[in-house]
Ligand binder design. Structure first.
Ligand code: NAD
Length: 285
């Protein structure tokens, strides 16, 4: 039976520590780390994500603002709005909730965020620094997974790691973070042949696919560490991961549940990076 990698528990512990840190900042500096989240349009899932971020930031004493804009905002207006937050010293982190309406170029929007305030870690400069092995702001989901592995004393160096999925927000940065910790990393995707066979080589298997229960027992080596990033809905609208937990749990040594695994760590790392951004900006980095 596998041990659970309990992201909810670790997130609670980390958030409690961060709350104390924010309190100290307030006492010493008379100000708080600030995060602005820009939400464009009425996407239902985005609204929930943004509300969760706002609640978590508030609980921690982070100064947060949600700037809600109508779906018909022009690209030019959105870029100008970002620039005002780049210049606004109350906000140390800026997050633009994705996806954006089709008439707005997401790449341009991400490029417009000051890399020092890019708490999502999506700016090409931050991606470049991660790939160069000198990360500054790191995409929150893979960063949270690295924290989770470390919290359970799972060593990465020398291990075979297989990442399923090559998105810019999860799969690719995940692979680079594992590489940075000296894993031997294989990135797989929808065109990969013999995926179960490759996945079975993994000591550490990360599934970031978006296909419910894709990863069953045929993908997993005995004793593997299995991390499930997926957030999918089944026919009954129940939240399920990319991993078939019931089939894989008896084989793995460690496994993340869905919910309560990777998800809570993502939001925690967003706030973690907001505090980091505050400290960097204060010290002029
Ligand atoms: P994406 O759609 O951008 O990328 C999915 C990747 O999976 C692609 O690289 C694709 O090549 C690969 N893929 C698709 N079908 C495949 C198949 N049958 N076999 C092998 N590879 C396949 O998705 P994403 O943004 O990386 O998100 C992946 C999943 O993680 C989604 O379920 C998403 O909701 C979830 N997610 C969760 C969190 C969290 O905080 N828990 C954060 C981000 C994303």
């Amino acid at each position: 039976m596998a041990q659970l990698l309990d992201g909810k528990k670790l997130a609670t512990t980390m958030q409690a520590k961060m709350k104390v840190e924010v309190q100290k900042i307030k006492e010493n500096d008379g100000t708080a780390p600030g995060l602005v989240v820009i939400l464009v349009g009425e996407d239902a899932a985005s609204k929930i994500y943004v509300r969760n971020k706002e609640t978590a930031a508030g609980k921690m004493g982070i100064y947060s603002k949600v700037d809600r804009r109508a779906a018909d905002i022009t690209e030019k207006e959105l870029l100008a709005l970002i620039e005002t937050y780049n210049q606004d010293p109350r906000f140390h982190g800026i997050l633009v909730q994705l996806p954006l309406p089709a008439h707005i170029d997401e790449e341009k929007v991400i490029m417009a965020i000051d890399p020092k305030k890019d708490v999502d870690g999506f700016h090409p400069l931050n991606i470049g620094r991660l790939f160069a092995g000198d990360p500054l702001m790191v995409p929150c989901t893979p960063y949270g997974i690295m924290k989770l592995l470390a919290a359970y004393d799972i060593s990465v160096a020398g291990k075979n790691a297989v990442v399923i999925g090559r998105s810019n927000i999860v799969g690719k940065p995940m692979a680079h973070l594992l590489l940075q910790e000296n894993a031997t990393v294989t990135i797989t995707h929808s065109k990969t042949k013999n995926l179960p066979e490759i996945a079975r080589q993994a000591d550490i298997l990360v599934a970031a696919v978006g296909v419910g229960h894709l990863v069953d027992e045929s993908y997993v080596k005995k004793g593997a560490v299995v991390v499930d990033v997926g957030m999918n809905r089944d026919a009954n609208n129940k939240l399920i991961g990319d991993v078939d937990f019931a089939a894989v749990e008896p084989i793995a040594d460690f496994i993340t549940p869905v919910p309560g695994g990777v998800g809570p760590m993502t939001i925690t790392m967003l706030l973690y990076q907001t505090i980091k951004a505050y400290n960097m900006q204060k010290s002029g980095v």
